[in-house]
Design a protein around this ligand. Structure first.
Ligand code: TXA
Ligand code: MG
Length: 321
């Protein structure tokens, strides 16, 4: 049974009320361009504790603080290298999270006790309107992990948020519907605590984009990229995900449109290009579960663009829950 209140027509009044709800300690799930987030006042320990409860997530996992404007990072970050300012100017609002040394505003219940904090200005009209309305009534920032149960696939629609969290939300919590997320995979996380940027989680902002705007070489550009400080390795559906395998009759099948469907397989997505692949991947894995498909064969996209992020998430999905 669904508890949270769903708002599909987000008027200015609805957003003002949602900001007030955040201020009074309620949770507000909201759309971003990457995936939907489950938001709480980032300075309210009790509200943030409810995020962990609703997600079923271990309490030492740090959360990303979402801000209305890049200027607001000065309140949360104590040292900001020049290359991080270049990144913020170039890619915010956008699908990028910067990890920076924290100020006292970023308490242990946000950072998981680490000396750093993750900050992001999302590129979504509704998210920015909510963050701005919250700021106008004195809010400092909105902590928001992806709005899924721990270890599950991130939601890219309000309906997916309802499926994931509906039964765990309280009557006073809100879910704002802003349509499907346009990027589809979580933000690129960049550690900005050393002399050069380091990618902790790949996303739509790539190594090449980072190096172009900063003129600084990314340290782990050839290495495997890993999210540090996180146990959330599995972004997995119930179905077993098999990468680049042979599909048999009754298997789900996900590949670029140019790849033909094997005989007897159930086509779940036919993205036109890698951006489209990112947009569709999580929903198509959800669709596999909705159809009780047991195995899904995915032909991984090639390339060094957002395909890196897609292969990263598919690798996690293939390792299972
Ligand atoms: O696209 C996104 O980033 C979405 C939308 C809602 O903004 N959010 C998101 O949050 O993916 P979450 O909590 O599902 O994933 C955030 C990741 C976690 O793996 C966490 O460990 C890492 O970011 N993280 C957060 N703060 C960190 C920090 N201070 N140091 C290292 N990793 C951090
Ligand atoms: Mg997540």
């Amino acid at each position: 049974m669904s508890q949270g209140q769903f708002i599909s027509h987000c008027t200015a009044d609805a957003l003002t009320r949602a900001a007030q709800d955040l201020q009074s300690g309620s949770l507000v799930a909201f759309p971003t361009e990457t995936v939907y987030g489950l938001g709480a006042d980032a300075t309210n320990a009790a509200a943030v504790a409810r995020i962990y409860e609703v997600k079923g997530r271990p309490a030492d996992h740090p959360l990303i603080v979402h801000l209305a404007d890049m200027q607001d990072i000065a309140e949360w970050a104590s040292e900001i290298p020049d290359y991080a300012i270049d990144l913020a100017r170039s890619f915010w609002p956008g699908p990028m999270t910067l990890i920076l040394p924290r100020t006292e505003l970023a308490q242990d219940f946000i950072t998981g006790g680490q000396a750093t904090v993750g900050l992001r200005v999302p590129d979504h009209t509704l998210a920015l309107a909510l963050l701005t309305a919250f700021k106008e009534i004195g809010g400092k920032g909105v902590a928001a992990p992806s709005a899924n149960r721990f270890g599950h696939v991130s939601p890219t629609t309000a309906a997916a948020v309802r499926e994931e969290l509906g039964e765990y939300l309280a009557e006073s919590d809100l879910v704002l519907d802003g349509g499907p997320s346009t990027v589809g995979v979580e933000s690129t996380i960049i550690d900005c605590t050393a002399a050069a940027p380091r990618i902790l989680r790949p996303g739509a902002i790539t190594v090449e984009m980072i190096e172009t705007v900063t003129g600084v070489r990314v340290v782990n550009r050839e290495d495997e990229i890993r999210v540090s400080g996180s146990l959330e390795h599995h972004y997995a559906p119930s179905a077993r995900v098999i990468l680049d395998g042979t599909a048999e009759v009754g298997d789900g099948f996900i590949a670029l449109q140019s790849v033909a469907t094997p005989e007897g397989a159930i086509r779940l997505a036919s993205p036109l290009n890698n951006e489209d692949f990112a947009r569709q991947i999580y929903q198509s894995l959800r669709d596999a579960d909705a159809q009780s498909i047991e195995r899904v064969i995915v032909v991984q996209p090639e390339g060094e663009d957002i395909a890196i992020a897609i292969r990263d998430r598919l690798g996690r999905a293939a390792r299972g829950r």
